[in-house]
Design a protein around this ligand. Structure first.
Ligand code: 13P
Ligand code: SF4
Length: 316
């Protein structure tokens, strides 16, 4: 009862502060259900980047991870962008320090540089174009066929793109700490128990997991497939926050979390992104009340990073 009252209070208080600030609350699909329910817009990386373009709000409250909020700030320099927890990072972004990536680019002259949005502003500034899991194939295909490509930081997404496009790509060797943990063996076992289930997987998963998938795509693409597919049951190989929207959109269907590589009966929370899950209702309320932590960015760096993001948004 105590918890319920507390939750209701946060909901009401957050709505009140939001109106006072003329704020918009954005949430990624990997946020906890309560945060998703409070948000004005829930989406994938591309959807969220598009949503913030030219927003009429004065304050953008970004419930996701740092690179997402930073992208919002790059696109909206005059707006205040706050986040519930500044420490909410990303293993992919962390795997790609700008100095080392710059050296990698120098080692591959004549290559176009395509970077996944899960990177720092510094890495975006070194890139020709940014992509998300929604539009990566399109961004690669937009590069002249004879031009080789440096792609970073996710080696699994990169390898998947090579398979899809047949392009000459050199890959930075980063991985997502969440998506590499899904177990091919245990998904196979689950498929035996649920032969009618479709497997949905994010392209950050390992190749052997993707080989078991009936549908591969960004979080919004997986959600769309869950709704539109005639299947009634799904094994979902991505962060389980997305199950909240799947269950809301298709309450009559069954969604099963893909199991991780840990020992039998290992904790369910292991496939939750520890960065995304740093955000809580309490911290959300705190960042709105204090307008802190705020995302700030050097203007020269912002302008250099903006080029590659705008290029992506122009291509579509
Ligand atoms: P999406 O763009 O597909 O939502 O992916 C973001 C992400 O961080 C996946 O781990
Ligand atoms: Fe980064 Fe992986 Fe978390 Fe997505 S799920 S934010 S790629 S660590």
């Amino acid at each position: 009862m105590q918890i319920l009252e507390l939750r209701t209070d946060y909901f009401e208080e957050i709505q009140r502060v939001k109106d006072d600030l003329n704020a918009v609350i954005l949430a990624h699909y990997y946020q906890e259900p309560e945060i998703q329910d409070l948000a004005d817009f829930v989406g994938d990386s591309l959807g969220l980047a598009r949503q913030v373009q030219g927003t009429a709000a004065d304050v953008i409250v970004f419930c996701g991870v740092h690179f997402m909020a930073e992208t919002a700030k790059i696109l909206n320099p005059t707006k205040t962008v706050v986040v519930p927890d500044l420490q909410a990072g990303c293993s992919l972004a962390d795997s790609c320090p700008p100095e080392a990536f710059s050296k990698f680019i120098e080692e591959h002259p004549g290559h176009a540089v395509v970077s996944y949005v899960n990177t720092s502003a510094e890495v975006k500034a070194l890139s020709d174009v940014i992509c998300t899991s929604s539009n990566a194939e399109k961004m690669i295909q937009n590069i002249p066929e004879e031009t080789p490509i440096v792609f970073g930081p996710d080696k699994h997404l990169g390898r998947y793109l090579i398979e899809k496009t047949g392009r000459d790509m050199v890959l930075w060797q980063g991985t997502c700490m969440v998506h590499i943990l899904f177990s091919e063996r245990k998904i196979r076992q689950l498929k035996v128990r649920h032969p009618d289930a479709e497997v949905l997987a994010h392209p950050e998963c390992e190749a052997r997991v993707l080989r078991l998938a009936d549908h591969i795509g960004s979080t919004s693409s997986l959600l769309k497939r869950a709704v539109e597919s005639p299947a009634r049951k799904f094994i979902v190989a991505t962060e389980p926050g997305i199950l909240h929207q799947m269950r809301k959109a298709a309450p009559e269907k069954e969604f099963i979390r893909a199991p991780g590589k840990g020992p039998e009966g290992a904790c369910e929370a292991c496939s939750e992104c520890p960065h995304m899950r740093r955000n809580t209702l309490e911290k959300l309320y705190g960042c709105m009340s204090n307008l802190s932590p705020e995302i700030t960015l050097d203007e020269d760096l912002r302008l250099r990073a903006l080029r590659s993001i705008e290029r992506m948004l122009e291509i579509g």
